[in-house]
Each structure stands twice: as structure tokens, then as C-alpha cells.
Design a protein around this ligand. Structure first.
Ligand code: HEC
Length: 124
């Protein structure tokens, strides 16, 4: 059997590689990336995990940086209702931007926090 020249094989591998990139549009690759469902934001399912991931390292009941506690509903409810929670995560002028030393939370996380606050920051 005649051997297939090496460059032909390489050529076809390249063609496959290039053509497989044809549909590399964000919407195809990450179908859920642009969808943010903040409608059902609850403390237990939505807000508490965001706090655990971004805030509790400094705002645990034990540390309570800036006298703010984010690892219990009672602690978080205080700053949710007095406006400081939103001012902090929204990086409002005159407030210390949170999470301190990190980048701003995602737009989706912010939308969820806002929704929960607007709904009364309840222990749901
Ligand atoms: C690396 C530690 C750190 C992290 C992480 C952090 N904070 Fe803070 N936070 C602080 C410190 C320290 C203060 C006290 C004010 C200051 O020094 O900036 C503070 C203050 C605050 C205040 C009061 C702001 C004011 O002006 O009175 C709020 C509200 C707050 N943090 C919420 C959060 C939230 C919500 C997160 C998570 C998204 C978060 N923090 C993440 C360290 C942190």
C-alpha cells in the first residue's frame, strides 16, 4: 500500500482544526452565560453562597471587619437595610468598595443582591 505523504495528513488535520472553529461564537459555547436569573433570589440559595465566596473571609461573625457581619442572615440584614451592603458592592462614592482588594462582583451577582434587598432582605 502506498504511503500517504505526511504533509497531506498535516493539511487535513489543519483543515479540521480550522473548520471546527467555525462555530466558536460565545453564544454557542456558553449558552447560559448571558442569562442571569435574579428573579428567585433568596437568602439561603442565592445570597448566602455569594457571601461565602466573596465576603465571609473578612466579615465572619468572629472577624467582623468594619463591624459588618455577612455570614449570618441577621448580620447581613443590618447592612442590607441601612444601604451599606448595596453601596459597598456597587462601589458607590463615599463607601469602601467591596469585596475589599478584589474585583467587583459580577453583574449577575449584583442583580441578585439588589433583588433580594428590594424584596426586603428576608430570611428566605
Ligand atoms: C479582604 C477583606 C474584605 C473582604 C473580602 C470584604 N470586605 Fe467588606 N470590609 C472590609 C473592611 C476592612 C471594612 C472596613 C472599612 C474599610 O476598611 O474599608 C469593610 C467594610 C464593609 C462594609 C461597610 C462599609 C461602610 O462604608 O460602612 C460593608 C457593607 C462591607 N464591607 C460589605 C462587604 C461585602 C458584601 C463583601 C463581599 C462582597 C465584603 N465586604 C468583602 C474587608 C473586607
Amino acid at each position: 500500500m502506498k504511503k500517504i505523504p505526511y504533509f497531506i495528513i498535516v493539511f487535513f488535520i489543519c483543515m479540521i482544526a480550522v473548520s471546527s472553529c467555525y462555530n466558536d461564537k460565545e453564544a454557542y459555547l456558553y449558552p447560559f452565560a448571558s442569562i442571569c436569573d435574579s428573579s428567585n433570589a433568596t437568602y439561603s440559595q442565592t445570597i448566602a453562597p455569594i457571601m461565602t465566596a466573596n465576603c465571609n473571609i473578612c466579615h465572619s461573625t468572629v472577624l467582623a471587619s468594619g463591624s459588618v457581619i455577612t455570614d449570618t442572615w441577621a448580620g447581613l440584614n443590618v447592612v442590607a437595610l441601612n444601604g451599606k451592603l448595596w453601596a459597598g458592592v456597587d462601589w458607590s462614592a463615599g463607601f469602601s468598595p467591596m469585596p475589599k482588594g478584589s474585583s467587583k462582583l459580577s453583574a449577575c451577582d449584583l442583580a441578585k443582591i439588589k433583588k433580594w434587598i428590594n424584596n426586603g432582605a428576608t430570611n428566605n
